[in-house]
Design a protein around this ligand. Structure first.
Ligand code: SAM
Length: 326
């Protein structure tokens, strides 16, 4: 079967699968405090449905799968689901994005299930600031990170959304932390996704500034890191630390976009920054077979837009990051 290719000639080989839109944190740029308007459990794809749809993607050449949310570890039985997904023929790279609040108790089971790579969100190393940004406990996250290291995840990548006047004074501290623990560090620009993301965009910081700051202190060498994503990496000379810059705003990477996002209710979003979407749940619940699912996916991919318009139309995406699957 030819690879899954969109109308702009991009090969789609990466699915981000949201297993819940719920989260045990309330990061200021993501979900509003007190937000409660979640998908009904009846609308959540079951593990069987998820397995069927991911198998159809794999038959179309998708090899990389990232489990995300909301917070994926709040979905009960997640390691069991991970094991089922890892066993799908064609899926060669299974990774997970988490806030790590509940990672300590699940790390070993996830590793055994076949998850090989972990991304952990961590915007600050200061417990008081962590509470302000996320509403949650930093010590649990650190315990989760150490458990992930002990369980053999490699690499563990730390994702830090860098916000001017909020946590940009911690860039160097995060570099030191990642050198100490052998984590990979990625800096991310704030995106105007949902009202929260737009409000947080007043703290937007162009990562070129962060890079320039680091270059005054370290020698940064070009580097490569495994993963299907858009980060541009450097290595800090004299260390093993890789630093990735994810710049959806200052330097978008839509022309190399290789991904689609499946929300917990079976909505297939073709772009994080646009509303193009196709509902796969009705098809799954009507008992569609593999061929029918593949056809629906092929048709959906034709709708994938050329690029996001975060800069041109920052008010466009009303759903929060946690709904789409970050
Ligand atoms: N709960 C998991 C986690 O914390 O990684 C997975 C979902 S979370 C929505 C995925 C990523 O999206 C996190 O790294 C988070 O920092 C990022 N994110 C959410 N809203 C964002 C925004 N408005 N701009 C930039 N990144 C955002």
């Amino acid at each position: 079967m030819p690879p899954l290719t969109d109308s702009f000639g991009r090969t789609i080989e990466y699915v981000r699968l949201s297993v819940t839109d719920r989260c045990d944190l309330r990061c200021v740029y993501c979900m509003p405090k007190g937000f409660n308007d979640f998908q009904e459990p009846d609308n959540w794809l079951t593990f069987d449905e998820i397995e069927r749809v991911i198998a159809a993607f794999a038959q179309l050449g998708v090899q990389r799968l990232r489990i995300t949310g909301g917070e994926p570890l709040v979905r009960r039985g997640l390691p069991d689901l991970a094991a089922r997904l890892a066993a799908i023929p064609g899926i060669t790279d299974l990774s997970l994005s988490t806030n790590a609040v509940q990672l300590e108790k699940h790390a070993a089971a996830l590793r055994r299930a076949g998850v090989t790579r972990l991304n952990v969100s961590l915007d600050t190393l200061d417990p008081v600031r962590f509470k302000e940004i996320t509403g949650g406990p930093l010590d649990k996250v650190i315990a989760g990170l150490l458990a992930a290291k002990a369980a053999g995840f490699a690499p563990v990548k730390i994702n830090m959304v860098v916000m001017k006047g909020v946590n940009d004074d911690e860039v160097e501290a995060m570099v030191a932390f990642c050198i100490e623990h052998d984590f990979t560090l990625r800096f991310i620009e704030t995106m105007p996704v949902g009202e929260t993301g737009r409000d947080a965009s007043e703290h937007f910081l162009d990562l070129a500034e962060v890079r320039a700051r680091l270059e005054r202190r370290y020698t940064l060498l070009p580097a490569k890191v495994s993963g299907g994503g858009p980060a541009r990496y450097v290595r800090v000379e004299g260390t093993e630390l890789r630093i990735g810059f994810i710049t959806p705003m200052s330097q978008h990477f839509c022309e190399t976009c290789n991904r689609v996002r499946l929300a917990v209710d079976g909505t297939l979003y073709l772009c994080l920054g646009q509303d193009h979407a196709v509902e796969l749940r009705p098809l799954l619940r009507a008992g569609a077979g593999a061929a029918e699912l593949r056809d629906a996916i092929l048709k959906a991919i034709e709708l994938k837009p050329m690029k996001h318009e975060f800069r041109e139309h920052p008010g466009q995406v009303v759903r929060f990051m946690s709904m789409t699957g970050g």
